[in-house]
Every structure is written in structure tokens, then in C-alpha cells.
Ligand binder design. Sequence first.
Ligand code: SF4
Ligand code: SF4
Length: 315
Amino acid sequence: NGKEIPYDPSALRKIREHPCYSENASHKFGRMHLAVAPDCNIQCNYCIRDFDCVNENRPGVCSSVLSPEEAIVLVREVMSKDSYVKVIGSDIFPISHPSGTIVKSKDSYIKVIGIAGPGDPLANDVTFETLRMLKEEFPVPLKCLSTNGLMLPEYIDLLDEYGVSNITVTCNAIDPAIGEKIYSYVEWEGEKLHGRKAAERLLAQQMKGIEMAVEHKMAVKINTVLIPGINDHHVVDVAKKMGEMGVYTFNIIPVIPLYKFADIIPPTLSDKKAMHDACAPFVRQMRHCERCRADAIGKLGKDVQEEIYRNRGSL
Ligand code: SF4
Ligand code: SF4
């Protein structure tokens, strides 16, 4: 009857079934990260490359990097019925877990397959090979990717073609004068840019990429690393801009003091909460982030990848 159905992103699968986009989903569904992407094309001043990308990870545990083929084998195992993961009541355990009777076992609790590092997924060709193979064999689970955004405009169409529905961009500043304090260099067209030039290039690419991802109707999440003394007075501006651009949700990650920012005193949980409250008028807030590893498998905060790796032997 010509009536338009109102666009309600929260009704869509890419929101409803993604544990990071919906807190409700985080209690029911899990995600699985494939650590296929070791290289990065920028240098953040809080990152030591021995660790996983802070975009999506907590440092301290190195993931083993998988080839696309190894990643697909792992997905096959985890997604197959009666694999390593069983659901007991509402909790998920590795199959070897001694607790209680298995009430139900289901293969579908992993709703999202993501690529989140350990470097920047878009700086690694293997990311695209992995996505191509995933599309062929696992068309149903949501596909998710996190990036610093430098190469997002160049790859957005390809990501769309491979069915990537959820994109996270780490954007720490929308003012290059602040950005230049956060990034040591940006690799651009075979050159290493430093200082203001690096920050400007990264920012221009991030803005373009975010705009394009929103246009492609991808669910866009922004990660902003909260760095006291560097961008804490600026995070609300970032949130405001992102809200205007139409991103779905905004995640604040307290910096982990490493590398050039090793002396910074990290924000407390109450600093994080206050910042979320200050940003909330401008864009939806994701407050339940668990800073997962690049090889995380399971529900947020209830990861089972270590048991899975132990059960299947070394990779
Ligand atoms: Fe490290 Fe990620 Fe920054 Fe690259 S984008 S330097 S991997 S934190
Ligand atoms: Fe989700 Fe945060 Fe984990 Fe990323 S790091 S998968 S946003 S909970």
C-alpha cells in the first residue's frame, strides 16, 4: 500500500545477532575471530607489535597466526555439530568441561566470524582470501572486520562483495593536531608519512571509509582508545562527529600503557563510564566490550579458544 517500512537497524540480523552490537545478543551468541592478519600499515604509539592489535585486543597473549586454509579448518570444526563447545544451561563450555549434564548442544551459537588482527586486516592480502573462502563455505554467519581505516575506501566494495556486514574502525581523533601525537607513522603509497602529514592522511581515509561503509548499509562501530592527556578532552568531539556520520555504536577502550605511552596512567573504569555518559547524547554507546584477542572464540568474556586449541593439539 505504498507505506514505507521505517528503517530500524536494531531489527536487523547484523545487530540482533552480533554480541558487540547488541548487549542482549552478547548473552546468547558468540563470535569467532580468525587471526590471519599479522601486518600493519601504521604505527600507533600505544602498540608493540609483539602483542595483538589493541583495536580489538588485550595485549599479553600472542595469537598464533593462521593461514586462510588453517582458519577455514578451524571454522569447520567450531561450527560443526558437537564440536568443542557445548551449552550447559545458558553457559558455554569446552566439550572437555567436567561440569554437570549437557542440557543442550547447538552448533549455531557462533553467529559472527570476524577478522580483527593481530595487525590490520586490510594490510594483509590473506584477509581477502579468507573472506572469499568463508563466503563460499559459510555464507550464513555474519562477517565482521576491524581496521584502522587507512585502506577502507579502497577495499569497501570488495568487503561488500564478500558479505562483510559489520565494520569496526578505530578512530582516536578527528583533529590531526591530536592524531599526530598518537601515530608515529602511516605507510601510504610506498612512503612512510610522519607527524601531521601522517595524521591527516589517516584521518582523511578514515572519514571517507566510514562514510562509504554507512552508505553500504554496513553496521559501523567506532573504537576510540581513551588516552589521558592526549585525547581525553577530544573524545566527545569524536563521538559527536561519528553520530552525525550515522555509525551504529561507539566503543571506548581505555589505553593500555605500552611503547611510547608506557608512562601514561590508564583511565579507570569510572573514567570510562563518565566518558560514555558524556558521549551518549550523540551516538549509541557500547559499554560491554571485553577487549578480546585476535583469536577469541565464544561468548564475550567467556572465551573458549584456549580449550579448543588444547583439544585439537598445537596449530
Ligand atoms: Fe598496532 Fe593495531 Fe595500531 Fe596497527 S592499528 S599499530 S596493529 S594497534
Ligand atoms: Fe566485541 Fe570488544 Fe571483543 Fe571487539 S574487543 S569482539 S568490540 S567485545
